[in-house]
Write a protein that binds this ligand. Structure first.
Ligand SMILES: *Cc1c(COP(=O)(O)O)cnc(C)c1O
Length: 431
């Protein structure tokens, strides 16, 4: 299906009128500018916006706490409340849908970086011969710190044990053949490959199935950070054979700053008793947990990796958000809209700003989600200045040092008119 676009506002309006997902925008609270206008919010890649019903989910828990006190751990009051002690169970099913996993492979716990640490405790088992971790050279700093400190914690030296694959000189994105070559090159010494699903800076989507296959072929474990992937692209963690994965829920999952994070461990590992792990009482057999005997009897699902009782106020917004995703029909229909929004924004940029703006996100649809990483070409206003002017004009986007403006039309709540406005304002800024 090739869509016919033109440069008029009426075209954006028509695309919105024809959009089967359009009604979902009305289920979100849209930020407003200091002048009281609805923002053109294109920064859902950094922090998603609240589903309107999230307040009711939080309020229900607050009311229940007041009414029931400690009994709230075990009993339900009324929908949408859920017993606190097993609150994460209400999230596993719909979350597993979003990442292409089985419910017993997915739980919600801690924060993203904490989950990466806990998963590396189990899945990074360095030996004198096999001790390296491969990451991408431009990994998110928190991931980089987590990996380096894990290496040091095991008595190895990051110089030598931390290996990276980088873009070629003059290029922004990684080539798939270079990732494969790096895995091959470090082969026998590689203990773990830890890659993002979507690169935060460029928006590049990696071929996770191939990376898992290549990593396993040399005998390494393979884990993914899905911070920018979950809720953005279609995922099949189970079938791709990832060993583990973690993700936050406040970006495309719209669950609020610092909301509890997701965690995946592949079915073939969940009941293993030979893996080391950092244990806590929420990972032990639910039937005997409160007998308080000091015998750890791991839950034979990913819940065995849980340490603490669930932070309900950081999880109720996730239930609210997942309910919206479920009603939207999951990632399939959202991806369809994303592809149309990509085509539309590609068209506008090519027509309106062909020499002013470079999009460093790959053109190939298989290698991109809804994020665009835009660079202002030399000879025009400096990118940082353009970013600030966009913000002042009511376009929420973000700036990533040294020279990229990131925007993400999010299919649940961004319109074609948002995209049109963004390009119009950008054009004005650059004239
Ligand atoms: C957003 C993001 C994080 C943030 O980590 P927290 O533990 O949630 O603070 C980490 N890694 C990546 C790749 C991210 O995109």
């Amino acid at each position: 299906m090739t869509e016919v676009f033109d440069l008029t506002e009426a075209c954006a309006q028509r695309l919105d009128d024809q959009d089967p997902m359009a009604s979902f925008r009305h289920e979100f609270v849209l930020p407003i500018t200091p002048e009281g206008e609805t923002e053109t919010y294109l920064v859902g890649n950094s922090l998603g916006i609240p589903p309107a019903q999230t307040g009711a989910y939080l309020q229900a828990e607050f009311a229940k706490w007041g009414k029931m006190g400690v009994r709230g751990h075990e009993v339900t009051d009324q929908e949408p409340d859920y017993p606190w002690a097993s609150y994460q169970e209400s999230l596993a099913g719909p979350m597993a849908e979003l990442v292409g996993a089985k419910p017993e492979e997915v739980t919600v716990m801690n924060s993203l970086t904490t989950n990466l640490h806990l998963l590396m405790v189990s899945f990074y088992q360095p030996t004198a011969e096999r001790f390296k971790i491969l990451i991408e050279g431009h990994a998110f700093p928190s991931d980089h710190f987590a990996v380096e400190s894990q290496i040091r914690q095991r008595g190895f030296d990051p110089t030598g044990a931390l290996v990276t694959v980088d873009p070629r000189p003059g290029e922004d994105c990684l080539r798939e053949e270079d990732i494969a070559a790096a895995i091959e090159q470090h082969g026998d010494q590689l203990a773990l490959v830890l890659f993002p699903g979507v690169q935060y800076y460029t928006g590049q989507v990696f071929d996770m199935a191939s990376i898992a296959t290549q990593g396993h072929a040399v005998g390494a474990m393979v884990g993914f950070d899905l911070a920018h992937a979950v809720g953005n692209i279609e995922l099949e963690l189970h079938d791709w054979d990832a060993d583990f994965a973690a993700w936050c829920t406040y970006k495309y999952l719209n669950s609020g700053a610092g909301a509890t994070a997701g965690c995946f461990v592949h079915q073939r590992h969940i009941a293993r008793t030979d893996l080391p792990r950092f244990e806590g009482w929420w990972g032990t057999n639910k039937a005997t947990r409160f007998e308080m005997e000091n015998v750890f009897d791991p839950i034979p699902t990913v819940e065995g990796w849980q340490t603490s009782n669930p932070p309900v106020f950081a999880m109720a917004p996730i239930r609210s958000s997942l309910e919206v995703f479920t009603r939207a029909g999951g990632m399939g229909p959202l991806r369809e809209k994303t592809e149309k929004q990509i085509a539309y924004l590609d068209f506008l940029l090519a027509q309106e700003l062909p020499t002013e703006i470079q999009n460093i996100t790959p053109q190939d649809l298989a290698q991109r989600g809804c994020q665009f990483s835009l660079r202002v070409m030399p000879g025009h206003r400096p990118g940082r200045e353009v970013f600030e002017a966009l913000e002042a004009a009511g376009v929420a986007c973000d700036w990533r040092y040294p020279d990229v403006i990131r925007i993400a039309p999010v299919p649940l709540y961004n319109t074609f008119l948002d995209i049109y406005r963004f390009v119009q304002i950008l054009k004005e800024m650059l004239q």
